[in-house]
Unconditional design. Sequence first.
Length: 317
Amino acid sequence: MTRLSQGYGEAKEVGNVRMKTLFLVSSLFLSMFCIGADSGNRYSRIIPSDVVFSSVWQAWDVAQKEFVDPEKLNNKKMIVGMIRGLLSGMGDSHCVFFTTEEFDKFLDARKEGSVTTEIFLVSRRNGESRKVGYLKIKGFYEKTAEEAVSVAVEFKRAGVSGIILDFRQNTGGRLVAARGVCGIFLGPNKVVLKKTGRRGTIEVLSEGAQILSGIPIVCLVDRHSASASEAVAGALRDHLGVKLIGARTHGKGSIQESREIDNGVILITTYHWTTPKGVVVNGCGLEPDVAVVASPRGGGYKDDAQLARALRELFNE
């Protein structure tokens, strides 16, 4: 370590820099424990006795005073990096920080259409033909439940004899959307999942009117089916005995909530959850009732081995 002698003027300047740095970094860490001015002072700073924050200030000083290209230093980017570094040290990849601009884009992406649907006319082995409703949900976004309700009404009007829910490649989304989709099949006030965190265990319930009942249902899942899609699949299996067909799901049995800070928004894991019957999902996923290897991409639905098996399972063939 190199020590440099300093005159009075130099010492005064360095002192001012340290005071400004102390204020900046202190403000940063204070903001990380606040939701926003309009939400009340919910958090106070929690600094364990074994944590030495002076090392953070020293790192800032070293960067500001010693980096070879000082004109390349971007203080805003450095602050963002500090926040992301703190969250990454928690060991939970779902705890992330968005700048305000990034969070706006994140929300906009979740407003897009999220469902596709089709009605198949399926010929059974005995020569009888049946209508099967196919509903693919790509993600649980702002309007997903509303869109799924419209599809359910159409299925009911068409008189389908069975329903295939396709959650493959569905990485999840909003829990409120999952509650609404469950309501279509379960009706209101049925347990969708049980979440446990620092505030105890809470049952999350379905909402909305039951539109479809007494109709056989199967659900397609794969290793990308995560979060809200796992919650709906698990709830339908626990309540209705719906078979899951495909591959083991991703295993994201956790819930993140947004917390606004001065520089942007933190998504923080606040709960882990299980299915209504207590099946743990986080880190292990849901095991399918019928495992089917996925077909190579590029073919139509007739070349989809998992979908073909789902059609057979609907009618026990």
